[in-house]
Design a protein around this ligand. Structure first.
Ligand code: NAP
Ligand code: MG
Length: 499
């Protein structure tokens, strides 16, 4: 329905439309059971933390306490690593691969059965829109378990002419943006290759990993094969520094990635590091503009921009820049920001007060640097942590908002004229996790993707994931690959067989 009709000087008529208002469609909290307190999952049992300390986990959309979670100290980490070692030596590495596979398939199926509950808990604990956790996080997590269950007894085909050998105990540390999915990314390939696991979720989003521990119990996985311990950064550091860990799999910030690298230097611990990003999303003038705009919105605003591979730098060819910016402004005006449990919500809550403060700091930096800011005019709930979808124009390549990872719904828009110029600009970043190219020409896609330094490059789409495709970064975005056949390698020693 037209809201206003105004006549411009040149006699063109401008219609401004009201955003469609949807009736509330909240998902039900009652479909999820959250215990008031969670202990540590060690050796197949729930054990009290030895320091008897617990911390609150809250719903960032309401600031209400959801539960309290145990804080594991060095002694608890040692207990978990010992349990993982015992079960590695006595049970898991000796088990025929096809038997291991059955357990992983069982976990996958229970994740599917409990999909609704897991999605609700993910949204309550982390703040992301239920649409995201229901349609992406949980199904993709189940798919990872299915996919790697399939590989468990086929490693000789994955790596022909090589004998494969597991590494031992893997210490796995994950961030808050995709809590269940990251747990699946880490646990599934480790188990498929015969390793045992000690996993630590992020402090603000422990609940789905703890639910996964319940699922693992239900699947009757032998005790100690997967241990899930909660806590803050110091718990993660205790895992990294434990002498009986053979491999660290870390997803998180580049700063902590560097600490981990320093901590394991000189040891024979292997590591994969999946770190930060500042993806360039590039729109050429021949691109299907409406689809590209939708892809940009999907790439930076959905999931509150809490995505390591978010398309946070947009490069638009000068001839279409005006049109793209106008369409982006219109589109962000129609995004629904608010209650993450509502099925219509596009953008939920920012994960924590601390992250919200970081985002606000960068918005101020962008303004101080002289860029022009535009935010949607949506109203925000009174309680909880919220950020309006934001974009900056007139951004210079050297500006901090174009160089540093913000990890929020904030887009920096820059322009370019030629292919060479945009390659130069896109690669001029300390990061190299992902990128996007929008063009009508296949040849241009191949030319661009060959020259861009990023682990994943999407063409005429963005943020698409599949368990069979490898994911990982260049430069300060880390090293090692997760997903696909490549994702098995970091958990194995390969010994060439003599002919
Ligand atoms: P973070 O602060 O690095 O934390 C990641 C994990 O490490 C959390 O479990 C954290 O525990 C733990 N940790 C903190 N200090 C540690 C230490 N000294 N030693 C060992 N572990 C430690 O990152 P975040 O803020 O949670 O996540 C956002 C970052 O992750 C962004 O930079 C994003 O780009 C990156 N990320 C990358 C990928 C990828 O695949 N490349 C995917 C998702 C996210 P606490 O939470 O309790 O502090
Ligand atoms: Mg929480």
């Amino acid at each position: 329905m037209p809201k206003t009709i105004s006549k411009k000087k040149n006699n063109t008529i401008k219609l401004k439309f009201d955003t469609w208002q949807y009736a509330p469609a909240p998902e039900s909290k009652s479909a999820a059971s959250i215990k008031p307190q969670y202990d540590l999952f060690i050796n197949g049992e729930w054990v009290k933390p030895s320091g008897n300390k617990y911390f609150d986990t809250i719903n960032p959309a309401t600031e209400e306490k959801l539960s309290e979670v145990a804080e594991a100290n060095v002694a608890d980490v040692d207990k978990a690593v010992s349990a993982a070692r015992r079960s590695y030596e006595k049970v898991w590495k000796k088990m025929p691969a096809k038997e291991r596979a059955k357990y992983i398939f069982r976990i996958a199926r229970i994740v599917q059965e409990k999909a609704r509950e897991l999605a609700i808990i993910e949204t309550l604990d982390g703040g992301k829109a239920i649409r995201e956790s229901r349609d992406f996080d949980v199904p993709t997590a189940a798919n990872h378990f299915f996919y790697y269950a399939g590989w468990a007894d086929k490693l000789e085909y994955a790596f022909p002419n090589c004998a494969t050998e597991p590494l031992g105990v893997a210490g796995q540390i994950i961030p808050w943006n995709f809590p269940l999915l990251m747990a699946a990314w880490k646990i599934a390939p480790a188990l498929a290759t015969g390793n045992t696991v000690v996993l630590k979720p992020a402090e603000t989003t422990s609940l789905t990993a703890l639910k996964l521990a319940e699922i693992i119990q239900e699947a009757d996985l032998p005790p100690g094969v997967v241990n899930i311990i909660t806590g803050a950064g110091s718990t993660g550091a205790a895992i990294v520094n434990h002498p009986d860990i053979n491999k660290i799999a870390f997803t998180g910030s580049t700063d902590v990635g560097k600490i981990i690298q320093r901590a394991i230097a000189g040891t024979n611990k292997k590591a994969t590091l999946e770190l930060g990003g500042k993806a360039a999303n590039i729109i050429f003038e021949d691109a299907p503009i409406d689809q590209a705009v939708e892809g940009v919105v999907n790439g930076i605003y959905f999931n509150q921009g809490h995505v390591c591979c978010a398309g946070s730098r947009l490069y638009v060819q000068e001839s279409v820049a005006k049109e793209v910016i106008r369409k982006l402004k219109d589109r962000i005006e129609s995004l629904i920001v608010g209650d993450p449990m509502d099925k219509n919500t596009d953008i939920g809550a920012i994960n924590s007060r601390q992250q919200l403060e970081t985002i606000h700091k960068y918005i101020k930096i962008g303004e101080a640097e002289g860029s022009e800011m535009y935010q949607s005019s949506c109203s925000l709930p009174a309680k909880g942590f919220w950020c309006r979808p934001t974009l900056f124009t007139n951004v210079a390549q050297s500006n901090r908002i174009a160089q540093e990872e913000i990890f929020g719904p904030v887009l920096a828009i820059l322009t370019f004229r030629t292919d060479d110029e945009v390659i130069e600009k896109a690669n001029n970043s300390p990061y190299g996790l992902s990128a996007g190219v929008w063009t009508d020409k296949g040849s241009k896609i191949f030319n661009m993707t060959k020259r861009m330094r990023a682990g994943v490059i999407w063409a005429n789409t963005f943020n698409k994931f599949d368990p069979s495709s490898p994911f990982g970064g260049y430069k300060e975005s880390g090293y090692g690959r997760e997903g696909g056949l490549h994702g098995l390698l970091p958990y194995l020693n390969l010994n060439p067989l003599s002919p």
